[in-house]
Each structure stands twice: as C-alpha cells, then as structure tokens.
Design a protein around this ligand. Sequence first.
Ligand code: TMP
Length: 206
Amino acid sequence: MFITFEGIDGCGKSTQAKLLEERLRSTIATPIVFVRDPGHTGISESIRAILLDKANTTITARTELLLYSAARAQLVDTVIAPALQSGSIVLADRFTDSTIAYQSFGRGLALDDIRSANTVATGGIVPDCTFFLDVPLHHAKERCMDKSADRIELAGDEFFERVIAGYRALVRSEPQRVQRLDATLEVDVLHEQIWSVVQSVFAPVS
Ligand code: TMP
C-alpha cells in the first residue's frame, strides 16, 4: 500500500501525512515507512540540499528534473520498493506528481519527458492513493511567512499558479487515484476526510 501527499508549498500536506502516519500506527500492526521526496536516504538528502539551495541560481529546468529523478531513484531502489515488497505501508510526502506539477506545468518541460523520467526513477511504481491538498496561493503564502524561502519557493506567483493548475489537471486525468481535498479546512476536519478515504480505499484498515 503506497500513499502520497501532494500540493504547493504551505498547503499543509506534511502535517496531514504525519497525522495519517500516527493514526495508522495506532490502528494497525502493519509496518509503516514514512519518507519525504526528495530526501530520506543520505544521497537523496544531499541532492535535496543542492535543489533547494537558493545560492544555486544557475540550475536549468532539465538539470532540476534529472536531480529530482536521481534523488527519487535512490529512494525507490533502497527504501520504497523493498518496503512495498515486504508488505509495509509506505507514506510519502511528495512523489512523481510533484514532478509533473512543478517541472512540467511550472517550468514548462514536456509532459512526455517528465513521464519518462518518472518511469525511470520509479521503475514503474505508482501510488495506490494520492491526496492533493488544494489551497489558494495567498493562503499557502501566509502559512510560509515565518520561514525563509528556498530556491523553489522563490519561483514567483505565476509559477505557483501553474503548479496548482497542474495538480488540478492531474485530478481530472486520474480521478480514481488522485483525491482533491480542500486544504483551507481545519487540520482535524481534513484529517478525518483523509482517514475515511484511506478506510474506503483499503478495506482492512478499520
Ligand atoms: P518540500 O519537501 O519541503 O515540500 O520541498 C520540496 C520542494 O521541491 C518543493 O518546493 C517542491 C519541489 N519539488 C519539485 O519541484 N519537483 C519534485 O519532483 C519534487 C518531489 C519536489
């Protein structure tokens, strides 16, 4: 079982991912593996540092795509694939849909190229269920005000409006897998919505 959380920076997905992790841990005995993408493994965290360092102003869109893909390949090969194979539940804070939303809709790279890079990076692993936390840009920006922006967060409002449009296009093209949630709702209300989807998608979780 592989569940991913998606949305623009400041949408609240990391909070919701953690709440679901805690709920699952207290409800079922199945091992839970929680990862963030890019990151989690040593190599992926090193690549993440390059990607988010705002001093790296010369990274091109294609380089960015390949760095995200490299970080993900390492994470999939060494953590996600073995965990799924052994029957664990994997929760991921971001995965391939971020690359579609940010590098294709945001940066303007061809969707086919992104899909190819995603397939190479994942070996074909696709999440069973993806939560897209949809929030207006101004709302997300308010939530991010107390932390200094990283290289991606400095990309500007038009970029993030395109990223949001990209996520909404994904919901339309894969409605079974990608669930859109109103992330302006209270944290607890949103968590209960996520929990009920998890219960309905995965019947044994009760
Ligand atoms: P976060 O893990 O704190 O959300 O930060 C990761 C940043 O990287 C975030 O701005 C989204 C961005 N990102 C991409 O642009 N493409 C990707 O494929 C992934 C996974 C993240």
